[in-house]
Structure formats: C-alpha cells, structure tokens
Design a protein around this ligand. Structure first.
Ligand code: PLP
Length: 377
C-alpha cells in the first residue's frame, strides 16, 4: 500500500464530491445557459452552488464568485484582470508566489507594466515593512499568498493589505489561498483581501475547477471572452458538475478544519521529530514560522532529493521534490532561492504533504522508510 504524502500537489477526491459529481452528471448534464427546462435545472444547480460558495467565503453577493477552470486561471484572472481594470501600472508580488501569480504578473511587463518583487525573510515570511511604499508608482494590484505550497509558511495577508492600502489607496489585494483553504479560515473578511483564488483539487474536489472571489466594487477585466458567462467575467460553457462537486468539497473541507489541523499536524510532527532525531543533519524549513499543518519541507544535507525520492517511491512512499506544478523542471525552486538556499541545498529537499485521508501512523512510517534509505545511501 502506497503512503501518499503529496497532497499539496493534489488531494484525493472526497466521497461527497465524487457523489455530487456523478449526481450532477446524471441530473444536470445540460448547457446551463439554455432556455429549456433541462437547462434551467442545470442553471439552478449552478446558482445554488454559487450561493453556497459565496456564503463560505463570507460574501452575500453570489455573483462575485467567478468560477474558473483551475487555481491557475483564478490567479491569472485575479492578477491580470484587476491590473487591467485599474488606472495604475505597477504590481507587487511576493517572491514566493506560485508561478501562476508570478508569471501572470510578469506577462504584463511586455505591455509596459512594472512588477515589484517583495523579498521574504529566510524563514519564508513576507515582512509587512517590505510592502512597497514611499515615492514610487501607485500599485494597481498586490498579490501575496495566504500560505506557501512548498514550505507551508502562512502570511499576514491582512497586515500586508492594510500597509498596501495605506501606501497605494485603491490598490486591489489578491491572495492565493489555494493551499490555505484546508486548514485556515478563508473569507474576504478574514484575509482582508479583495480577491481570493481557490483550486478545487487541493481540498478534495475534482480537478479542472477553481474560483475567484471578488470583493465589492473591484473591477475585473475579463481574460476569456465569448458568450458572457459569469456576468461577463469569464466566458465558456459552465462546468456545472465540476462546480457543484467543488462546492461540496469546499463545504466538507471548511466543516472539518479543526479536525484536519489536528490530524495532519500530528502526522507531520511525528514525521519531522523522527527524521530530525534519526538523521541529525536534517533541517525542517521554516520550522519556527507559522506554518500550514499539512506541509513539511525537509533538507537532507549531502543527499540528492531525486535519489531519495526514487527510493521512497520504491518503498511505497509518494513525496515531492520542489513544487509539483513545476516537477520535471531542473531549475531549483524559486521559493527556496528566495529564502537564500543555494542551488545545491535546494536539490537536497523533499516536501511531504498530508491530506484529509491521511491515516494515523503514516507520518511515522514514512520517517522510518526515510531513515532506512538514508542509512543505506
Ligand atoms: N496556487 C498554489 C499555491 C498552488 O499550490 C497551485 C497548485 O499547485 C496553484 C495555485 C494552481 O492550481 P491549479 O492546479 O488548480 O491550476
């Protein structure tokens, strides 16, 4: 039996989401934009899901939930859409954003926009006092993730948002809460953001669905043009089943945050303690920072991450080196570079990530497997 410790890359679909998906395909498999009865049934299911998603994200304006085809698309729409909707030409992003945010912002530089990168501390935290201020171009958008997908550090988005608004009145604050949703309260109010991106498959929903929650009055220029769906903000025939299933997973995840935190933290702590005790050179990245409970990033000095990963795989343990969305890339992770890791150190790191269906004891068993392999290398 494989011990799957790559939940930050993608989670197991929750039974409630799978049921909702199948049920929606059976009952509402029609084009929700049509005018006949079957289309209206699909539209009703879609709008009911939108209302539930809105209420989970703390807004009473369901039409400010824009369903997208992924977290990546939500990030792109948040960053590019809000920048194009603003009169200002500068964007600030933290150095450890997901590439969906970094590359979206970067794409605008070809059109004359300026991108400022906010550095992070060596423990992967965005310092509030590094938010751009003073004599400089007014920001259109600032994007700081709620929590990082590689090392798990949680950011003070609310304080960053306040500082940014002080320096650049009218700035739109975007936060990528893709990894945070499982364990943290994610609402417009709690994060202090104007825009929140989520991805269904990171909290037990189906892949290929995401959403962008849009705060009141925020102008978003659409990126996908067509039939005017999503109140003109994102065209394309509605993925009713995917959306309904995503919202079912959202409700399940939001309803189990305390349990998720307890279960994953227990497994993570067991893994980290056993590894650090058994291989004293090992260091847990950002161990003392405020971290998501389900992500553990560990450096094994002198050990090539690829070698360890392959042996772990043979031993039935699935983990990751660097960010899964970039796996296959030989470049060291930009997140680790931002923390000051050398390329060599970055190549000695493994990410173990836990999920809603992680079983008790898996953290400890994975640590034993790691230590057995290390003693053999
Ligand atoms: N943002 C973060 C923090 C992520 O971890 C990921 C996926 O790894 C994404 C965005 C992209 O989401 P999706 O896979 O739905 O495109």
């Amino acid at each position: 039996m494989t011990i799957y410790l790559d939940h930050a890359a993608t989670t197991t679909i929750r039974p409630v989401a799978l049921e909702a998906l199948e049920d929606a395909y059976v009952r509402f498999d029609r084009n929700a934009s049509g005018l006949h009865t079957e289309a209206r049934k699909a539209k009703n299911a879609l709008e009911e899901a939108r209302e539930r998603a809105a209420s989970l994200l703390g807004t009473d304006r369901p039409h400010d939930i824009v369903f997208t085809g992924s977290g990546t698309e939500a990030d792109n729409l948040g960053v590019i859409g809000a920048t194009l909707g603003s009169d200002h030409k500068a964007i600030a992003v933290s150095a450890i954003e997901h590439k969906a945010v970094l590359n979206a912002a970067q794409s605008l530089t070809r059109f004359g926009y300026i991108v400022e990168t906010i550095p992070v501390s060596t423990s992967g935290v965005v310092p509030v006092d590094r938010v751009p201020s003073g004599e400089r171009p007014q920001l259109a958008v600032i994007s700081v993730m709620a929590a990082n997908n590689e090392i798990g550090t949680i950011q003070s988005v609310r304080e960053i948002a306040d500082a940014a608004r002080l320096a650049s009145p009218g700035v739109v604050v975007h936060t990528d809460a893709v990894q945070a949703f499982n364990s943290q309260t994610v609402t417009l109010e709690a994060t202090g953001a104007d825009l929140i991106s989520l991805s269904s498959h990171k909290f037990g929903g189906p892949k290929g669905v995401g959403l962008l929650a849009v705060g009141q009055g925020v102008v978003i220029e659409p990126m996908i043009h067509g039939g005017g769906q999503e109140a003109g903000r994102r065209a394309g025939t509605y993925n009713v089943a995917g959306i309904v299933a995503m919202v079912a997973a959202m409700e399940a995840a939001a309803g189990d945050r305390a349990g998720f935190r307890d279960r994953t933290r227990a497994e993570r702590d067991a893994l980290e303690s056993a590894i650090v005790a058994g291989f004293p050179g090992a260091t847990v990245t950002a161990r003392s920072a405020d971290r998501l409970p389900h992500i553990s990033h560990i450096r094994f000095p002198g050990v090539l991450a690829e070698d360890l990963l392959i042996r772990l795989d043979l031993a039935g343990i699935a983990a990751a080196a660097g960010s899964a969305c970039q796996s296959g890339a030989v470049e060291p992770s930009h997140v680790l570079s931002a923390l000051g890791f050398t390329d060599e150190a970055a190549g000695e790191c493994i990410r173990f990530s836990f999920g809603w269906d992680t079983n008790q004891g898996e953290g400890w068993r994975a640590a034993r497997a790691v230590l057995d392999i290390l003693s053999d290398l």
